[in-house]
Design a protein around this ligand. Structure first.
Ligand code: ADP
Length: 399
């Protein structure tokens, strides 16, 4: 079975074609600047096939972008399938599933209506994800499609973890609660972690997805029990440009003082905050490390703040789970930032975390970075959200 995985943004679309016999990646790529001046990349993963990196490709809408993807995949010379018929199903990433979705779902009119009902909760992402779904329905009518939600994995959280201490009516009538994100990533890496632990009957895992957007999850026996993001992805630890948790009073105070509109203050919190806002240097941790080692105090402060808040969240999750068996680092910073991992784990010895500096300095898609006698195992596990989406799609279409 071959599955096309689509992650649609408002003007972009990432894709992967995965052969589920052996879970082999056949091709991947990106359509960018849809509706503007169309950029198209195609990277076949089979020997002898040439990649495409093209500018000014005509794609006024997501439908032309999908068509360009299919044309490349089935191209007689550089394609990886003979025809579109070889693609059995399409899996879509959908960001916000609200209270509607606790698992992935076959896309039909009812499912699309439910995704639309979640738009107020995910106003930036869901409409873009729907563009990708609509485009595929148009270009590949009748092909089964599945929606996989970032929030679904966290629907196992108990009420005390997901409820906010504001009037209960806002939960009942307006769906205000913690939803959490990066669920597909937390599910993938915690699943791999359980396998690496030897499939114990019980496990307590803290998953740290640290990228441009970052979140942590407390996972007991494979189920999410708490996570740092909230109603939206602005909550939790500081990120590249997002501030993470702040005192809500700051919003009122700055709005009054600077005469900001709600859009202006939200722009500050989403785009100008986090390690970028603190450092004034960059949202990229490589730039911050470079600046900090050249003596930039604010870059160092931004790094210190990030490491401190991640460590604090790890402590909180160990407390609520009554211990921890393993900590997993994933995503851009988690997978590549050895210095960041070391700084986060510093001072966690009391919890049973003993990092091995040599192992931590090495690079691999999956590896243990704690010492052999460390009571808590620490792993780096490269995330693979696309594979998870393809697996769900295969399972649902198979039914
Ligand atoms: P996204 O959340 O957009 O998927 P990624 O998971 O790719 O992002 O993470 C991107 C971030 O990873 C970059 O902002 C950068 O700070 C960080 N990163 C990548 N490589 C390294 C590295 N070698 N050391 C530290 N940070 C890194």
């Amino acid at each position: 079975m071959k599955i096309l995985v689509i992650n649609a943004g408002s003007s972009s679309l990432k894709y992967q074609l995965i052969d589920m016999d052996g879970e082999k990646l056949l091709a991947k790529g990106l359509c960018e600047r849809i509706g503007i001046d169309g950029k198209f990349t195609y990277k076949p993963q089979l020997d002898g096939k040439e990649k495409i990196d093209a500018a000014d490709v005509t794609m006024p809408t997501h439908a032309e972008a999908i068509q360009a993807v299919l044309d490349a995949l089935a191209d007689p010379k550089n394609g990886v399938v003979k025809s579109m018929d070889e693609i059995d199903a399409v899996g879509h990433r959908v960001v916000h599933g609200g209270k509607e979705f606790a698992s992935s779902c076959l896309i039909d009119d009812k499912c699309i209506e439910a995704i639309k009902r979640c738009i107020p909760l995910g106003p930036l992402h869901n409409p873009a994800n729907l563009l990708g779904i609509d485009a595929c329905r148009k270009v590949m009518p009748g092909k089964p499609q599945v929606a996989v939600f970032d929030t679904a994995f966290h629907m196992t959280m108990p009420p005390k973890a997901y409820i906010y201490a504001i009037p209960y009516e806002y939960y009942e009538e307006d769906d205000v609660r913690r939803y959490g994100f990066h669920g597909t990533s937390h599910r993938y890496v915690s699943g791999r972690c359980i396998e690496l632990l030897g499939n114990p009957e019980h496990s307590k895992i803290i998953s740290c997805h640290l990228g441009n957007g970052s979140s942590l999850a407390a996972i007991v026996d494979g189920k999410s029990m708490d996570t740092s993001m909230g109603l939206g992805p602005l909550a939790g630890i500081p990120m590249g440009t997002r501030g993470g948790d702040i005192d809500a009073t700051i919003v009122e105070y700055l709005m009054h003082r600077h005469n900001y509109s709600i859009d202006e203050i939200m722009n500050v919190l989403n785009k100008q905050s986090g390690v970028l806002g603190l450092s004034g240097v960059s949202s990229d941790f490589r730039d911050l490390e470079e600046a900090a080692s050249a003596g930039n105090d604010r870059a160092q402060l931004a790094l210190d703040k990030f490491h401190y808040e991640v460590r604090k969240e790890i402590g909180a999750y160990a407390a609520v789970m009554g211990g921890v068996d393993a900590i997993v680092f994933t995503a851009g910073i988690g997978e590549n930032g050895a210095k960041n991992r070391a700084a986060i784990c510093e001072g966690l010895e009391y919890l049973g975390v003993k990092l091995c500096p040599e192992r931590n300095a090495q690079r691999a898609d999956e590896h243990l970075i704690s010492t052999d006698d460390s009571p808590v195992k620490v792993f780096v596990i490269a995330t693979n959200e696309e594979l998870m989406i393809a697996r769900d799609t295969k399972e649902i279409v198979g039914k």
